[in-house]
Ligand binder design. Structure first.
Ligand SMILES: Cc1cc2nc3c(=O)[nH]c(=O)nc-3n(C[C@H](O)[C@H](O)[C@H](O)COP(=O)(O)O)c2cc1C
Length: 449
């Protein structure tokens, strides 16, 4: 299939007190209704009105607890102490929509494959083909300690386990042939047992007999999302992912990443045009340019407490920075002791250029809106910036992060989306019924199980 001439848009959500921007709960028009199902349903309806491809929720299986070996600062500053279970959240969003894709993160390090396969196959059945799974290997020791382990698995071992995990999940999804269910009341044949297959998988990490307790779902398999940025992560994504999320600060860096990832997909024997690559971006949309700039100023300067930033940096890098001063320089020596998300420090280094990098700057880049790109202006101006990245082949669309909930997505849908449509770089209606139809992705052939 050729590269689509229209972009994909994914809404990047958190079932939490905050968005990825950790000052979001303090924004004047933000609400604190994260425990109310109507809050998620309202956002879902707005996104469907904006013909978004997908609403996607990230996840983390622990409060930030690496800084000072304590959760106190996360709780005190609202640095993402809340994370609701996503199965329930996606269920209520499914009930409020008809076409919008529904995606969630599940960890290959802390959940078993049968559980994950069943969760997403069920959601795909209930929504007639709108589910997507974001495959993550998780990030830090705080998560390990909620699952009976002292430390998080090493980087490569996490990916080894993830490879076997996804293979098992794909086989479980394919364990029923498409026409296995007969449902013949007269003969009493419910399903053909020669078309429902046991796996008898015995691997390094998992032993799974199968089959899955859910028939093959409308999309064949739920759509696979992935966001690894290391070499190993990119190769894993090349082999499996259908939507890839990236975090690149500029159009040039994103274009280079795009080329590299597409080459890896071809090298893995897949068609690069069957995979969409979407950088994360923030939008700040205003009724006038001056209003947008003023909103941006509030977001940048007033809302994120430096301690909240440092708490979140500690958890992302899996390193306790409590022994350091905020103005300490980020040296190679310091970074050598860090595990967690690789590539984060390098990305920020590239963005700040020759300026000396301090912990304060590094932390702020991650917890505030400084981690680019940020598209600011009227709806028309924001649409122009987004179209520019898309037509320059720096991406196939965006995963849009919210500066605050629920208003961020309302601003994009009401003010920027009409201009994207006018430029014909974004759809006006859904082309079909499933998420694969929306994304223009093929229904996968069944693996031989
Ligand atoms: C848009 C986006 C969403 C992500 N969502 C999650 C998430 O929900 N949970 C998580 O543990 N990591 C998440 N990540 C991090 C990646 O999954 C991955 O762990 C990280 O990029 C490090 O990968 P690497 O070890 O291959 O460099 C996300 C990254 C991006 C860019």
């Amino acid at each position: 299939m050729p590269r689509p001439d229209q972009m994909s848009l994914v809404a990047f959500l958190q079932a939490s007190n905050v968005s990825v921007y950790s000052g979001s709960w303090r924004y004047p028009s933000a609400t604190q209704d994260f425990g109310d199902l109507r809050y998620y349903q309202r956002i879902a309806r707005v996104l469907e009105e904006g013909t978004f491809d997908l609403m996607f929720f990230d996840d983390r299986l622990a409060m930030p607890a690496i800084y000072g070996d304590s959760t106190d600062d996360a709780v005190r500053y609202g640095a993402r102490p809340v994370k609701l279970d996503l199965t329930a959240v996606l269920g209520v969003c499914a009930a409020a929509t008809e076409r919008l894709g529904l995606g969630a993160t599940y960890s290959t390090t802390y959940y078993p494959p049968f559980h994950v396969a069943r969760t997403f196959a069920t959601l795909d059945q209930l929504t007639r083909g709108r589910s997507a799974w974001n495959v993550v290997t998780s990030v830090n020791d705080a998560e390990a300690r909620n699952f009976g382990q002292e430390i998080h698995l090493g980087h490569d071992e996490r990916y080894d386990r993830a490879e076997e995990f996804v293979e098992v999940v794909a086989q479980l999804w394919d364990s029923w042939e498409d026409d296995a269910v007969v449902g013949d009341r007269d003969s009493g044949l419910f399903a053909d047992p020669t078309k429902v297959h046991e796996l008898h998988h015995h691997g390094r990490y998992f032993d799974v007999r199968g089959p899955l307790t859910v028939p093959r779902s409308p999309q064949g398999r739920p759509v696979l999302l992935q966001a690894g940025s290391s070499g190993r992560g990119r190769d894993f994504a090349a082999r499996w992912a259908e939507l890839i999320f990236t975090g690149d600060p500029s159009r040039e860096v994103a274009a280079e990443h795009y080329r590299d990832q597409k080459e890896r997909i071809a090298a893995a024997g897949r068609d690069p045009d069957d995979v969409r690559i979407l950088p994360m971006a923030y939008t700040v949309v205003g009724e006038t340019e001056a209003i947008a700039k003023e909103k941006e100023e509030i977001l940048l300067s007033q809302l994120v407490h430096p301690m909240a930033s440092l708490t979140l940096l500690s958890e992302l890098l899996n390193h306790d920075f409590s022994g350091h001063d905020l103005d300490d320089p980020v040296t190679d020596e310091l970074i050598a002791g860090v595990s967690g998300i690789r590539g984060l420090v390098e990305g920020v280094r590239r963005q700040v250029g020759d300026e000396p990098l301090t912990l304060r700057t590094l932390a702020a880049h991650r917890a505030t809106l400084l981690q680019g790109p940020r598209f600011v202006g009227t709806g028309e101006q924001v649409a122009e910036q987004m179209a520019d990245w898309f037509t320059a082949e720096a991406c196939d669309g965006f995963v849009l992060a919210a500066t605050h909930f629920p208003g961020s997505f309302e601003d994009v849908v009401r003010m920027a989306v009409p201009h994207l449509r006018r430029r014909r770089v974004f759809r006006s209606e859904y082309p079909g019924t499933t998420l694969r139809d929306t994304l223009g992705l093929p229904r996968p052939e069944r693996l031989h199980v």
